[in-house]
Design a binder for this molecule. Structure first.
Ligand SMILES: C[S@@+](CC[C@H](N)C(=O)[O-])C[C@H]1O[C@@H](n2cnc3c(N)ncnc32)[C@H](O)[C@@H]1O
Length: 288
């Protein structure tokens, strides 16, 4: 059973507007050094997951170094105040909403992993239920699409309080770069997905630099896509991941936008999504 926070009906909260819309060319370096922080955390991530989901992991993709973050303070502290901002531009969001419109259907049960106060699900589609997850309860309580939500630091514990095979879709928008144990989280997503259910992981080139894992920070656009592809491939039972890319200029090829791009003023965030489905049976399994 899920242990969830109900969504409050009256949402008359006051909040701080935090302009945390980081541009990739402006990396933010933590004031804290990995070796000298005040909460005794090491730069080594911690992990826990149930034995049933660990069996699904064929191999680990990241090295210990690849999992490290520049800011080693607790993620809960970092997300302790709400950020009522959008993390990517309108074009990215409309591309993501179109992808959801194409792949997620009415009447479905949806888990929005690493969610916030906004939903990118199409407004006109009625899902059976949408469960949200994140690190800030105030943000999640404001999200109009969520029927319920739970707060959990996935870098400390990777289990979701959800039944096996309970969701038709799991979505994770612009957040995968913060996962230090993505293999365990992807295994957990596999566990809660119904056979045939879909997992959509989307991302751009923006990030809270100090909170992104080293393998992501040090990567290129190509290697980040490959990384997410490998997160899927290391789990026994996902279909071959499909990559969806919409890069600035894919749609608008007008001379003006070409000039803007040359001047570095194109403004639009590149869109990447990796999509895979839970197979009905692990491919190696030959028994009836
Ligand atoms: C850039 S925001 C994206 C929010 C939302 N998906 C969206 O599209 O607006 C990153 C989200 O990842 C979540 N997050 C970051 N680190 C996390 C962690 N260690 N465990 C769980 N969630 C985390 C935070 O709650 C935050 O809302």
């Amino acid at each position: 059973m899920l242990s969830l926070h109900p969504i409050p009906t009256a949402r008359t909260r006051s909040w701080v507007n935090f302009p945390f819309h980081i541009h990739p060319s402006l990396p933010r370096i933590s004031a804290s050094s990995p070796t000298s922080n005040n909460n005794n955390q090491t730069n080594q991530p911690t992990s826990s997951s149930s034995s049933s989901t660990s069996k699904l992991i064929k191999r680990f993709v990241l090295s210990n170094k690849g999992r490290t973050k520049l800011n080693t303070y607790s993620d809960r502290d970092f997300y302790s105040y709400p950020r009522f901002v959008t993390h990517v531009d309108d074009k990215f969001i409309s591309t993501l909403t179109d992808l959801y419109r194409e792949r997620l259907f009415s009447g479905w049960e949806v888990l929005d992993l690493m969610s916030s106060w906004v939903s990118h699900l199409p407004r006109e589609v009625k899902y059976k239920r949408v469960v949200g997850h994140g690190l800030n309860a105030q943000e999640l309580a404001k999200n109009p699409r969520l029927d319920s939500f739970f707060v959990k630091n996935l870098n400390e514990e990777q289990q979701f309080q959800a039944e096996d095979c309970s969701f038709d879709a799991v979505i994770c928008a612009v957040s995968v770069q913060y996962l230090q144990w993505p293999e365990k989280v992807f295994a957990e997503v596999f566990r809660v997905l119904k056979p045939g259910g879909v997992f959509i992981v989307s991302f751009s080139n923006r990030m809270f630099y100090e909170k992104a894992i080293a393998a992501w920070r040090d990567g290129t656009a190509f290697s980040r896509v490959q990384l997410v592809v490998q997160y899927f491939q290391c789990i026994d039972g996902f279909t071959q991941p499909e990559v969806v890319r919409r890069l600035p200029g894919d749609v608008d090829n007008s001379p003006l936008s070409g000039i803007m791009r040359l001047l570095g003023l194109s403004g639009s965030d590149p869109f990447y999504a990796v999509v895979a489905y839970r197979n009905f049976k692990p491919v190696y399994e030959t028994t009836q």
